[in-house]
Design a protein around this ligand. Structure first.
Ligand SMILES: Nc1nc2c(ncn2[C@@H]2O[C@H](COP(=O)(O)OP(=O)(O)OP(=O)(O)O)[C@@H](O)[C@H]2O)c(=O)[nH]1
Ligand SMILES: [Mg+2]
Length: 703
């Protein structure tokens, strides 16, 4: 028999004693309420503040004693902006509870998430909430859940109602017992005859599914021979049935406490232990696959950084899920973030790295507090202090046996906003504050835009953006303003042109004299700038030819009619005039610059705009919407590829200026089921009407 976990300190003896569970579901479905009620049931007071935007934006972790086990509960955000936290939560957990509100049903995003969990075979259960709300009914909710999640969904309990129809408890299909809360506390009793006959309408279906999905031949044989199976026998098979990822018990839970103890029971006896965890792909530092064999506390150390927080005083704190081995509090660990080993894109902001560092203390949640620990074993979720080099999704292993886990796909922030500090004082604090935000939140990127020099913050959506702005102000005291995104346009020539540039000032004293003639020819996209010297007979003296080029280049930088730099042109200097005394470097620079301006007649010039290669993946039902919208954004569709689970990916070239709010707009277009990526493609000519707008506004600015 395995040693029992100590409920007082929640000390875990081995992986068998643990259950790691994440609560997922749409925003407002009742995850945090359920989390708090589970805490309240087992450890008394809880500290959570509901409807706090910070609370709905981040993964929360707490530990409660289960029935002969310790339960690590993770509460994930439901809002799609915080999907990064949700993904981290799925990585840390061994099973997921889908929290579905009977009043609101299942939205397409939750459906997508279910399909994802199905693909990786993550064991799941369903909790139905808001059964007390008007117009909500349990049978309807079950039917909806079945339609969305499939036939493997089976209610484990029926509702117990009083004469007025109020829900006062539940009836267990398995044990045929009633849990009655009408007295204010939970009273368990044998079901009455009437209740039993109700239970028996559903019981055989439920039991049969468990036995079938657990693939327990012995029990199956006895069952079909007509033997009456004890609840305990069947419960033992529940974990197997859930583990196979085909059987999903449904537990109705009310804020009055109905269903809470039963849920803890199902988690304790039905949810898989960390020993059952299907490990992500693991390699060594050379990228060769490593087989860790059976998971155990004696195996090689393997953990993954789930979240990172940083405190100005305490430093960095890494939440780490241990998959294998044992971690000692003062151990020196190997930290590796090596996306390159898995052919994943490596960003400049987060380069691949691998180094050792001494852990600065080990803690684990005890209820909602943190308690120090001397060691932690496979399956535990712990906090390691002061790993200054560890980032979210990095692997923690032993320096003698360095390992790297294939990181989960962290979402790419796709909503850019431009920001600037309000005052000088804010400016001074801004860089440090942004640096902190980026460390804590792997779904935010900050960069200075090339071409426009705007400071851009890329987030997952409006709610994420608003939260970060609030953090800047409230936590770091930095006031910022947001501005519309500018797109880095370019000018170019679309037809050959020529002009003379004349800089002649000879009124007394030392004059200035420089005259040049240039021909300008368009070049292909991306060619940049070419300068060709075709001067014959010293019309422009040798020493002033570089001066003309310098003048032309300076004007290219400034552009000619729009204020945007000019690219993709060849300038041929073919003639000019000079003066033996008054010619100078300055005069010829000025002549060069004037010549380019002169050559830039309105009909010879066009604006270029940056285009992105965009790939949008949506459920087929929304494909039409998305295609129409892309063409409204002046997108050129390059093709469509059918994908998994009734999705299609559309590839298109779309002007960047049309993409700035796409992260928000796509949600509406595809009911939250769409995802997209964008990479810079190149510059193309902007339609004349749009270009005219830009030129007009540039000229009005010049006054
Ligand atoms: N009537 C009723 N209201 C509930 C129930 N569960 C939650 N609520 C309310 O629903 C609202 C949202 O609940 P939360 O627990 O914050 O929802 P959540 O799923 O954590 O939401 P996000 O964190 O934003 O994804 C709160 O106002 C709760 O009080 C329930 O069973 N019945
Ligand atoms: Mg919540």
């Amino acid at each position: 028999m395995s040693p029992k976990p100590n409920a007082a300190t929640l000390e875990v003896a081995g992986p068998k004693d643990l259950r790691n569970v994440v609560l997922v579901g749409s925003a407002g479905s009742g995850k945090t309420t359920l989390f708090e009620n589970l805490l309240k049931a087992r450890i008394g007071g809880y500290r959570g503040e509901k409807d706090d935007p910070e609370r709905s934006a981040a993964l929360a972790l707490a530990t409660i004693p289960g029935n002969d086990c310790v339960i690590n509960l993770l509460d994930a955000p439901g809002h799609p902006d915080f999907v990064g936290e949700l993904r981290a939560g799925l990585r840390a957990a061994d099973a997921a509870i889908f929290v579905v509100s009977a009043a609101d049903g299942i939205d397409p995003t939750t459906q997508v998430l279910w399909n994802e969990c199905k693909r990786v075979g993550l064991p799941r259960a369903v909790v139905i909430t808001k059964l007390d709300a008007e117009h909500s009914d349990f049978d309807g909710a079950i039917a909806a859940v079945r339609t969305s999640f499939g036939q493997g969904v089976h209610p484990a309990y029926l509702l117990l109602k009083d004469a007025k129809g109020e829900i006062i408890g539940n009836l267990s299909l398995l044990t045929r017992r009633a849990h009655d809360h009408s007295s204010g506390t939970r009273q368990a009793r044998a079901a009455t005859d009437d209740e039993v006959s109700l239970i028996d309408q559903f019981r055989s279906d439920y039991v049969e599914s468990i036995i079938t999905e657990s693939e327990d031949d012995d029990l199956m044989e006895r069952y079909f021979d007509g033997a009456e199976l004890g609840a305990d026998e069947v419960v033992d098979d529940l974990m197997k049935a859930m583990y196979h990822g085909q059987f999903f018990p449904v537990i109705p839970v009310l804020t009055s406490g109905v269903g809470i103890e039963e849920l803890i029971g199902v988690i304790s006896r039905g949810f898989p232990t960390p020993l059952r965890r299907v490990l992500p792909y693991v390699v060594d530092l050379k990228g060769d696959p490593v087989d860790l064999g059976e998971i155990s506390a004696d195996g090689p150390l393997l953990g993954e950084v789930i979240r990172t927080t940083s405190d100005p005083f305490a430093g960095r704190l890494s939440m780490v899920r241990l998959f294998s081995g044992t971690l000692k509090a003062d151990a020196t660990v190997q930290i590796a973030g090596q996306r390159g080993l898995f052919s994943m894109p490596v960003s400049e902001a987060k380069p691949d790295h691998s180094e050792t560092e001494k852990a600065g203390g080990l803690t684990a949640p005890n209820g909602t507090d943190l308690a120090p620990k001397t060691k932690a074993v496979a399956g535990e979720i712990v906090y390691i202090a002061k790993l200054s080099k560890a980032e979210t999704a990095d692997t923690i292993s032993a320096p003698e046996k360095p390992l790297v886990v294939e990181p989960w796909a962290t979402p790419t922030p796709l909503l850019p906003t431009a920001l600037h500090a309000v005052s000088r004082n804010d400016e001074d604090k801004l860089a440090t504050a942004l640096g902190r935000l980026v460390v804590e939140d792997s779904a935010v990127q900050v960069l200075r835009a090339e071409g426009t020099d705007q400071l851009l913050i890329w987030t997952m959506g409006q709610a994420h953006n608003d939260l970060l702005m609030a953090r800047l102000k409230d936590r770091y005291g930095v006031n910022v303003e947001q501005a519309p995104i500018q797109v880095a346009l370019r000018e170019t020539f679309i037809a050959p042109s020529e002009a003379q540039g004349r800089h002649v000032k000879q009124s007394g004293g030392h004059g200035q004299y420089g005259v040049c003639h240039i021909r300008v020819e368009p070049l292909e996209r991306g060619a940049g700038f070419e300068f060709v010297d075709q001067v014959v007979g010293g019309a422009v003296p040798r020493q002033f030819i570089p001066s003309v080029e310098k003048g032309v280049r300076a004007q290219l930088e400034k552009g000619t009619i729009s204020g945007y730099p000019m690219v993709d042109v060849r300038v041929i200097l073919d003639d000019g005039k000079s003066h033996p005394v008054d010619s100078s470097d300055m005069a010829f620079q000025s002549a060069g610059s004037l010549a380019l301006k002169e050559a830039a007649k309105a009909d010879k010039i066009a604006l270029l705009e940056p285009l992105d290669e965009v790939a949008v993946t949506v459920q087929d039902a929304y494909l039409g919407n998305v295609m129409t919208d892309l063409s409204n954004r002046r997108g050129q569709v390059a093709g469509t590829d059918p994908g998994e689970d009734g999705t299609t990916t559309v590839r298109a070239l779309v002007p960047q200026s049309e993409m700035t709010r796409y992260a928000i707009d796509l949600r509406g277009l595809a009911q939250g089921t769409g995802t997209f990526s964008r990479t810079f493609h190149g510059y193309e000519i902007m339609p004349p009407a749009a270009a005219q707008e830009v030129i007009k506004s540039a000229q009005s600015k010049q006054g």
